[in-house]
Write a protein that binds this ligand. Structure first.
Ligand SMILES: Nc1ncnc2c1ncn2[C@@H]1O[C@H](COP(=O)(O)OP(=O)(O)OP(=O)(O)O)[C@@H](O)[C@H]1O
Ligand SMILES: [Mg+2]
Length: 229
């Protein structure tokens, strides 16, 4: 495994205010380094802080305390513009609500994030088709999201996230609500992408995904209780 540090969190914490006086400590005291070509599982029960941690690491939300460095640069110091570029160029998201574009078909949803691109359009097409094939979606190419099952939409979202070969993929319960076979297919694809250099960070409470992980971060009640290599 490469030892290039891609993401580093130091003393990361997120507090939410609930009502007038209650403070929810959704995450606290997290210190972690994530390397290139590493598949990291954020593992813990519901409410333990997994999604909160993904949102902070991806710059979608700001920490209450602590810093996050992407390849050595503190993302809290990024301007809005730099943050947008960071996400567009380096990050793939697979979130629970897949946010496919409803008036684009499966193929177009996968290809859309590639624009603007320096790649010739025939190469883009070849890449999109091979990604759809890998996720067993080739016969759904022309279907719009409204014509796809939940699991198919989830796989389109994964195809879209891996198309641009990002530095990091953030996936929140990527196998949630899926049958075992489809869940394993998705994890194998994420593992393949990871072996080609992408850091893949998966939040889950599904114990079966542990076999795919290079590193498991155990969260409980907002705290990192342990880390396994
Ligand atoms: N916007 C918010 N305002 C107040 N509290 C919040 C907010 N978002 C999350 N929380 C609280 O922070 C804690 C961690 O939530 P988080 O969504 O990170 O959990 P999770 O581990 O992803 O859970 P799940 O497995 O159910 O998705 C929970 O107690 C939750 O109620
Ligand atoms: Mg969650």
């Amino acid at each position: 495994m490469s030892l290039e540090v891609i993401l580093e969190a130091e003393n990361l914490a997120k507090m939410y205010k609930r009502g007038r006086s209650e403070v929810v400590r959704a995450l606290e005291g997290v210190n972690v380094k994530m390397y290139a070509a590493e598949l990291i599982l954020l593992y813990g029960p519901s409410g333990s802080g997994k999604s909160t941690m993904l949102n902070l690491l991806s710059g979608l939300d700001n920490p209450t305390e602590g810093t996050i460095k992407f390849m050595g640069e503190d993302i809290s110091e990024f301007s809005e513009k730099k943050l947008t570029t960071f996400r567009r160029e380096n990050v793939g998201f697979v979130f629970q609500d897949w946010k496919l574009i409803p008036n684009l078909n499966a193929y177009e949803n996968v290809e859309a994030p590639m624009y603007p691109s320096n790649m010739p359009s025939n190469e883009l097409r070849t890449e999109a088709i091979s990604t759809l094939r890998e996720l067993d979606l080739l016969d759904r190419e022309h279907h719009f999201p409204g014509e796809l099952s939940g699991g198919e939409q989830q796989r389109v979202a994964i195809a879209r996230a891996i198309m641009k070969k990002p530095k990091i993929i953030f996936a929140d319960e990527p196998t949630g609500n899926l049958d075992k076979t489809t869940g394993n297919l998705i994890m194998r694809v994420l593992k393949r992408v990871c072996r080609q250099g992408t850091t893949v960070i998966v939040a889950t409470h599904n114990e079966e995904l542990k076999d795919y992980a290079d590193k498991i971060i155990y969260l409980d009640d907002g705290k990192m209780i342990s880390q396994s290599q």
